[in-house]
Ligand binder design. Structure first.
Ligand SMILES: [Zn+2]
Length: 247
């Protein structure tokens, strides 16, 4: 391992909300952040009990004076898979959690004009689903138009991926708030930057830096699949890091 930042046990910077990311919640899929519905419920319960309450995504800010003075957790989902509606939403509702869903916007547009897709790896939320999420109290974010590696694109193509997806989410969401962005694969391009006011969310590749110090590459971490018995200790570690004296 080349960098210690890949360690999922490393949470946020002290004093800053922990951000978790998920992809699929599905009974059978295997992926490093995909959980079964039962595991997801256990994970949410463990996180809320051990780390702290859920931070509403509408409360995202780099002004720490406006954030809670105790550990909180922001739940995020990447790629916009349909199984999240079926399997994650009931769990989130049961625990009263509002989450941030980062959509691959061309996939959502394509899904809006197509019928049901059987393959859960290829089944994406359409824009009606997105609006349903918003009505249920969740927030949409952008995760590029096509999920290419932004670091491999020229600046114009990269700008299209970023701005096109931010505009599509803004149009669907119908709110005047900022649309936040998650980088595909956690790869942050040199150019161009994100639109003003947009916060950029990375992955475990991002260093644990205060959101205000690095608002374009905020660290997120995850509950490792298949390690359920370690989650409580993992959560205690994240909570203790929040309280570390260096904040
Ligand atoms: Zn992704």
């Amino acid at each position: 391992m080349n960098t210690p930042h890949l360690q999922p046990e490393l949470g946020s910077a002290p004093g800053w909300p922990l951000v978790l990311y998920f992809h699929h919640v599905h009974p059978t899929l295997e992926h490093y952040t995909s959980l079964t519905p039962a595991s997801f419920a256990r994970g949410v319960e463990t996180v809320l009990e051990t780390v702290g309450e859920a931070l509403p995504p509408t409360a995202i800010t780099t002004d720490r004076t406006k954030l809670p003075d105790r550990p909180t957790v922001l739940f995020t989902f990447d790629d916009g898979y349909r199984d999240t509606v079926e399997h994650a939403l009931p769990v989130l509702a049961a625990f009263g959690v509002s989450a941030l869903f980062f959509l691959i916007t061309d996939r959502s547009t394509e899904a809006s004009g197509a019928g049901a897709v059987a393959d859960p790896w290829q089944a994406y939320l359409n824009w009606d689903d997105g609006r349903e999420l918003v009505r249920a109290g969740h927030l949409l974010g952008a995760h590029s138009r096509t999920h290419r590696k932004l670091t491999e694109l020229d600046p114009a193509a990269c700008q299209s991926e970023i701005e096109g997806s931010v505009e599509a989410v803004s149009a669907a969401q119908g709110s005047t708030g900022e649309v936040h962005f998650a980088y595909p694969y956690g790869l942050v391009p040199q150019q161009p930057s994100l639109p003003a006011g947009t916060l950029g969310f990375g992955t475990v590749k991002a260093p644990p830096v205060a959101w205000s110090g690095q608002p374009l590459n905020i660290r997120r971490t995850y509950l490792p699949t298949g390690a359920e018995d370690d989650w409580a200790a993992l959560c205690r570690g994240w909570r203790d890091q929040w309280w570390a004296t260096s904040r």
